[in-house]
Design a protein around this ligand. Structure first.
Ligand SMILES: CCCCCCCC/C=C\CCCC(=O)SCCNC(=O)CCNC(=O)[C@H](O)C(C)(C)COP(=O)(O)OP(=O)(O)OC[C@H]1O[C@@H](n2cnc3c(N)ncnc32)[C@H](O)[C@@H]1OP(=O)(O)O
Ligand SMILES: Cc1cc2nc3c(=O)[nH]c(=O)nc-3n(C[C@H](O)[C@H](O)[C@H](O)COP(=O)(O)OP(=O)(O)OC[C@H]3O[C@@H](n4cnc5c(N)ncnc54)[C@H](O)[C@@H]3O)c2cc1C
Length: 621
C-alpha cells in the first residue's frame, strides 16, 4: 500500500495507483495545467475501470473520489447526466446503441441545456430542432445570440457527444422541449463537426478541471433516430406520438442529479471541511487559558467548539439525509418505471428542496470552517478554498437554490390546499394532515422525539401561514402570479422549515436504528446539538406563536453549551470516522498525522514564486 487508510475496497484500489497519489501540487498549477492534469487522470481512470472491471456507478464513484480529489472531473456530466438520460429517456434500441459505447468511454457525452439567455426558465430556451420529413432529419439551430448553449461541463474541449435539449418543431408547430443525442466532434480528429461553433466559456470561480463550454448550431442536421424516444416519438412522415405520461419526464436527469448532490456535494464537502478544521484545531495551540500554563489546543476554547461542533453535527445530518435521498430516488424511480407515477411530484419537491437547503448550509459551513482555521485557513494549503469553490457551485447548478425552494414550496402549497379540502397527505408531508399541536413537549431532557416535534410544529405553522398569506393576497385583488411573487420570501422560508424538519427526522431515525449503545449516545448528542442550534438560530420562528417561551429558550442555550463539552473528547474521532484519506482531503492542516508546521514550511518553499530564475527576480534585481 502506498497510502495509509482508504476504508473502502474501491478507495484502497485507487490509492494503489501511483498516478492518483503523486504528481505536481494542484495549488501551484495554472488553469491549463490543472485541466491537462485532470485529463491525464481521466485517461488513467478509464484504464483502471477496464482493468478492475468497474461498471457499477457506485463502485466508480468511490474510485473517482481518490482519482479526482476535491475536483469535479469532466466525467461528472458524462456518468452523472449523459448516461442516465440515455438510459431513462431512450428507447430500448437507443439504449442498446449508445449506452455500451458510453460506458466503455468510447464516446464521451455531456448534458446540454442551459443557454446564454436562460438557465432557470427551461420553457424559455430557444434552440430549435425542426423535423424535415424529406431528409428524415432534425435541423438544430441557434436562432439568436441568447440561444447559444452555455455552461455544459465538458463541452468546451472534451466531449464528442451531448444530449441537447431543444424545442421540437414539426410543420411549424412547437411541441416543446425534447432531448436529442448529438455527435459534436469527429471521432477521428476530435475537431467540431461542420455547422457547430464551440469552445470553453473561460475561467470560473472553481471547476478549473472542467471545460464548461458554449455551442452554437448553424442549421445542423441529425438523424431522426437521434431524438430520445422512450416517451415521445416522431415517425418518418413527421407524425408526433406520445405516451399519456407526465411531460415533466423529460426533466428526469435534473431530478437524478439533485438527488445525488445532497450526499455527493453537500455531505462530502462539509464533512471534508469539518475534518480539516477539527483536526487542525486539535494540533493548533494559541494564547493562554490559564496563566503560566501551556497554551491550550484551540479546540478547547468554548467559542471554537461553538463554531465547529454544530457544523460537525450538520455534516453528519447532511450525510445521512443524502444517503436517504438517494434511497428515495431509486425507490420512486423504480415505481415510475413500473408505471406508478403518483410519487413523482413529491420526489421533485423533496429533491429540489433538499438540494437547495443542504448545498446552502454546506457552502456556509465550509466557509465557517475556513474562518475557524485563522490565517492558515486562508492559505491554499488548508485545502478549504478548493473545497469551497467546488461545493458552492452546487447552490447554482442543477437549479438555482431559491428557484428550487420555490418548487418545493409549490408542492407544499398544493398539499396544504388538498388537506383543506379533505385530502390525506402521505410520505414526507404526512404531518400536514395532523393537527398542529400548540403544546411544546421540550423539557431539559431534550429527547430526540420532542426536538423533532418542535421542528414539525415550526414547519407546519410556516406552511399554513404561507398558504393563508397567499390566499389573502389573492383575496385582496392580486392575480395568482403576483400573489405568488409577493409571497415568495415567505414561501422559501416555509420550504426551508420543511427541509430542516426532514433532516432532523432523518438524523433521529438513524440514531434510533443504531444498536451499539456507546455509538448511539454519541450520535444522540450530535443530533441534539443539531436541533438545538437550529432552534436557537431560528428562535423567532419557534417563539412567534408562543410555542417556545423564554425559559425554554434559556434551557436550549444551556444544553447547547453543555453538549459542547460532552462532544469535545470524541470530536477528532468523529471526523476520523468519515474516513477521508489525506489524498482526498488535499490539506496540510487536515493531515492525519497532524504534522502541520513542518509540511507548511516544505510546501511554501516549493511555491513557484520562490523560483530564483524567473522574470520577477530579474525585475526586482
Ligand atoms: C451523479 C453525481 C452528481 C454529482 C456531481 C455533479 C457534478 C456535475 C456538475 C454539474 C452539473 C450541472 C448540470 C446542470 O446544471 S444541467 C441544467 C440544470 N438546469 C436546471 O436545473 C434548470 C432549473 N429549472 C427547472 O428545472 C424548471 O424550469 C423549473 C424551475 C422547475 C420550472 O419548470 P416549468 O416552468 O416547466 O414548470 P412550472 O414551474 O410551470 O411547474 C409546472 C409543474 O411541473 C412541476 N415540475 C417542475 N419540474 C418538475 C420535475 N423535474 N419533475 C416533476 N415535476 C416537475 C411543477 O412542480 C409544477 O407542478 P404543479 O403540480 O404545481 O403544476
Ligand atoms: C459550475 C456550473 C456547472 C454547470 N453545468 C451545467 C451543465 O453541465 N449543463 C447545463 O445545461 N447547465 C449547466 N450549468 C448551468 C446551470 O444549470 C444554471 O446556471 C442554473 O440552472 C441557474 O440558472 P441561471 O444561470 O439562468 O440563473 P438565473 O435564473 O439567471 O438566476 C439569477 C437570479 O435570479 C433569480 N431567479 C431566477 N428565476 C427566478 C424565479 N422564477 N423566481 C425567483 N427568483 C428567480 C435566482 O434566484 C437568482 O438569484 C452549470 C452552472 C454552473 C455554475
Amino acid at each position: 500500500m502506498l497510502f495509509k487508510g482508504g476504508g473502502l475496497p474501491h478507495e484502497s484500489l485507487a490509492l494503489q495507483e501511483k498516478l492518483f497519489g503523486a504528481g505536481p501540487d494542484y495549488n501551484f498549477m495554472t488553469r491549463i495545467e490543472r485541466f491537462k492534469n485532470s485529463l491525464v487522470r481521466v485517461q488513467h481512470f478509464i484504464r483502471c475501470c477496464a482493468r478492475y472491471n468497474l461498471h457499477d456507478h457506485a463502485d466508480k464513484k468511490w474510485f473517482e473520489g481518490v482519482a479526482f480529489p476535491n475536483e469535479v472531473s469532466v466525467l461528472g456530466p458524462h456518468s452523472g447526466m449523459f448516461i442516465p438520460t440515455l438510459k431513462e429517456q431512450g428507447s430500448e434500441e437507443q439504449i442498446q446503441k449508445w449506452v455500451p459505447q458510453a460506458e466503455k468511454h468510447q464516446i464521451m457525452g455531456t448534458y446540454i441545456q442551459t443557454e446564454l439567455g436562460h438557465g432557470t426558465f427551461v420553457r424559455g430556451l430557444e434552440t430549435t430542432a425542426t423535423y424535415d420529413p424529406k431528409t428524415e432529419e432534425f435541423i438544430l439551430n441557434s436562432p439568436t445570440l441568447t440561444s447559444i448553449k452555455w455552461w455544459p461541463g465538458g463541452l468546451g474541449r472534451t466531449c464528442n457527444f451531448g444530449i441537447v435539449m431543444a424545442l421540437l418543431y414539426i410543420d411549424g408547430k412547437n411541441y416543446g422541449m425534447h432531448p436529442f443525442v448529438v455527435q459534436l466532434r469527429s471521432l477521428k480528429t476530435h475537431e467540431p463537426l461542420p455547422g457547430l461553433t464551440m469552445g470553453d466559456i473561460g475561467p470560473k470561480f472553481g471547476f478549473d478541471t472542467v471545460d464548461n463550454g458554449y455551442l452554437q448550431f448553424n442549421h445542423f442536421g441529425i438523424p431522426r433516430e437521434n431524438m430520445l424516444m422512450k416517451y415521445c416519438q416522431v415517425l418518418k412522415n413527421g407524425t408526433y406520438t406520445k405516451q399519456t405520461r407526465n411531460p415533466k419526464f423529460s426533466y428526469g436527469a435534473m431530478i437524478f442529479v439533485r438527488s445525488m448532490v445532497v450526499y455527493e456535494v453537500a455531505g462530502q464537502g462539509l464533512a471534508k471541511a469539518c475534518t480539516i478544521a477539527i483536526r487542525y484545531s486539535a494540533i493548533r495551540r494559541q494564547s493562554e487559558l490559564k496563566k503560566s500554563r501551556p497554551e491550550p489546543q484551540i479546540l478547547d476554547y468554548q467559542t471554537q467548539q461553538y463554531k465547529l461542533f454544530p457544523l460537525l453535527a450538520l455534516a453528519y445530518a447532511v450525510w445521512f439525509t443524502g444517503v436517504r435521498m438517494k434511497e428515495i430516488y431509486f425507490m420512486v424511480n423504480n415505481e415510475i418505471k413500473q408505471g406508478h407515477t403518483e410519487r413523482l411530484p413529491e420526489l421533485h419537491a423533496i429533491s429540489s428542496g433538499l438540494k437547495a437547503f443542504t448545498t446552502s448550509m454546506a457552502s456556509w459551513g465550509i466557509e465557517r470552517c475556513r474562518l475557524a482555521c485563522g490565517g492558515h485557513g486562508y492559505s491554499a494549503a488548508s485545502g478549504l478554498p478548493k473545497i469551497y469553490v467546488n461545493a458552492t457551485g452546487g447552490c447554482t447548478y442543477e437549479g438555482e437554490n431559491t428557484v428550487m425552494l420555490l418548487q418545493c414550496a409549490r408542492f407544499l402549497m398544493n398539499i396544504y390546499g388538498g388537506v383543506k379540502n379533505g385530502r390525506r397527505p402521505s410520505g414526507s408531508v404526512n404531518y400536514l394532515g395532523e393537527r398542529i399541536s400548540s403544546r411544546c413537549t421540550l423539557t431539559s431532557e431534550f429527547t430526540l422525539k420532542s426536538l423533532a416535534d418542535a421542528f414539525k410544529h415550526r414547519a407546519a405553522r410556516m406552511i399554513k401561514e404561507a398558504s393563508e398569506r397567499l390566499n389573502r393576497l389573492q383575496a385582496s385583488g392580486n392575480d395568482p402570479e403576483d400573489s405568488w411573487n409577493l409571497n415568495s420570501v415567505v414561501l422559501t422560508k416555509a420550504a426551508e422549515a420543511h427541509c430542516h424538519y426532514y433532516m432532523v427526522l432523518v438524523f433521529e431515525s438513524v440514531v434510533e436504528s443504531v444498536e451499539d449503545n456507546c455509538v448511539k449516545d454519541i450520535l444522540r448528542q450530535l443530533c441534539q446539538l443539531l436541533a438545538l442550534c437550529g432552534i436557537q438560530e431560528n428562535s423567532g420562528d419557534f417563539i412567534q406563536d408562543g410555542f417556545l417561551n423564554n425559559d425554554q429558550l434559556e434551557l436550549v442555550k444551556q444544553k447547547q453549551l453543555s453538549l459542547l463539552s460532552e462532544i469535545r473528547p470524541n470530536a477528532v474521532l468523529l471526523v476520523d470516522a468519515f474516513e477521508f484519506h489525506d489524498v482526498q482531503l488535499g490539506s496540510i492542516l487536515g493531515r492525519f498525522d497532524g504534522n502541520v508546521y513542518e509540511n507548511l514550511f516544505k510546501w511554501a518553499k516549493k511555491t513557484p514564486l520562490n523560483k530564483p530564475e524567473d522574470l520577477i527576480h530579474r525585475l526586482l534585481r
